[in-house]
Design a protein around this ligand. Structure first.
Ligand code: ADP
Ligand code: MG
Length: 340
């Protein structure tokens, strides 16, 4: 049993700028499992951005092209549970042997392994065996390897051997396409202005985009009503409120630059003027603290810096907060402005 969901395939995965690299790397792996340098292929990104979908799509496509290959999809959580059971039942060797026989292993949400050293250890051995034998490993995670915590160094370094591809939040055009595709699949017609309203308001999670559609279709058919903008607003509002709001990096930059009375382009500029550097470092620090974005993604959004710069900024802010009263006040003021 491969545990694959046939509906999660490449055809149903809409392409956009936000996922182009991850999608094409996934297709390359599906064409030549174990035969590309993308081994492991690590797909990472925030919740509801398609990691599970894309990892299934690889498996589904491989099963189609290479029916003789054994493909297994498993969540890291289930893998951990199986491992614990095998230790209890004295079948640890069988467990390892089973996984070492697989041609294509897909492990979803590997961040779940953090802090679980026994499972990491066994996974390390399975990984090495598969890799040495030219078998394909596909991993997903909510973080980039550089941002993963409590994962053994030797395992992290394996994660970095192949390709890490980020899934980002889809842009507006892609959100429209995703909505249209789902509506088409379900045979539902919806006025453009309503589709546009949903795409404008639900920005950072494809699962929520789908959730809004499902609620709307259910309510409209239950009440035998047309889709109205009023109903749409009601449902979208409910979704936006229910999701614990994560502030965006854009918003953080706006708040920080307003606080220091400069504009965002100044904050992002290459200047070394001290107060501008500090504002930029604070924006990076808050982005790290208040969003799930990776260091690399924070850096690229705040003036095209690299992940090391962001890491340095976070350390600098931590140090200054302890040693400099004025600076500490900046951090407190901005924290208040950012929490709503
Ligand atoms: P994750 O594993 O990253 O949390 P999922 O793979 O579960 O996200 O995706 C959430 C939902 O959004 C799924 O139903 C998936 O089919 C859908 N989805 C995500 N990205 C896309 C896309 N690019 N095109 C079509 N559907 C998508
Ligand atoms: Mg998932």
């Amino acid at each position: 049993e491969s545990q694959l969901n046939p509906n999660y395939n490449f055809d149903s995965f809409i392409e956009g700028d936000s996922n182009r690299l991850a999608r094409s790397a996934s297709m390359a792996v599906a064409n030549k499992p174990g035969g590309t340098s993308f081994n492991p292929l690590l797909i990472y990104g925030g919740v509801g951005l398609g990691k599970t979908h894309l990892s299934h799509a690889i498996g589904v496509d491989i099963k189609d092209k290479y029916p003789e290959k054994t493909v297994l999809y498993i969540s890291a959580e289930k893998f951990t549970q199986q491992y614990i059971d095998s230790v209890k039942g004295n079948t640890r060797n069988d467990f390892i042997h089973f996984y070492q026989m697989i041609d294509v292993l897909i492990v979803d949400d590997v961040q779940f392994l953090s802090g679980k050293s026994g499972t990491q250890d066994v996974f390390f051995h399975i990984f090495n065996h598969l890799h040495q034998n030219g078998k394909q490993v596909i991993l997903t995670s909510d973080k980039a390897p550089v941002d993963m915590q409590d994962i053994e160094q030797r395992l992290l370094s394996r994660f970095k051997w192949g390709l890490s591809a980020e899934l980002m939040a889809p842009d507006y055009e892609t959100r429209i396409l995703i909505l249209q595709k789902k509506l088409f699949r379900d045979g539902v017609e919806m006025p453009d202005e309503i589709v546009e309203y949903i795409a404008k308001n639900i920005k950072s999670n494809v699962r929520e985009l789908e959730g809004v559609l499902i609620s709307m279709i259910a309510q409209a058919s239950f009440n035998r009503k047309e889709f109205t903008l009023a109903l749409t607003k009601q449902i979208v509002d409910k979704f936006v409120k229910n999701t614990k709001r994560e502030v965006s990096i854009d918003y953080i930059q706006k708040v920080v630059s307003k606080y220091f009375e400069m504009d965002v382009t100044t904050l992002q500029s290459k200047t070394r003027k001290r107060h501008i550097v500090q504002a930029r470092q604070l924006a990076m620090y808050f982005a790290k603290r208040m969003t799930k974005a990776s260091l690399a993604s924070i850096g690229s959004q705040i003036g095209s810096r690299d992940h090391a710069t962001v890491l340095h900024a976070c350390k600098t802010v931590d140090n200054l907060t302890e040693t400099d009263k004025q600076f500490k006040k900046y951090v407190e003021d901005i924290t208040k402005k950012l929490s709503f």
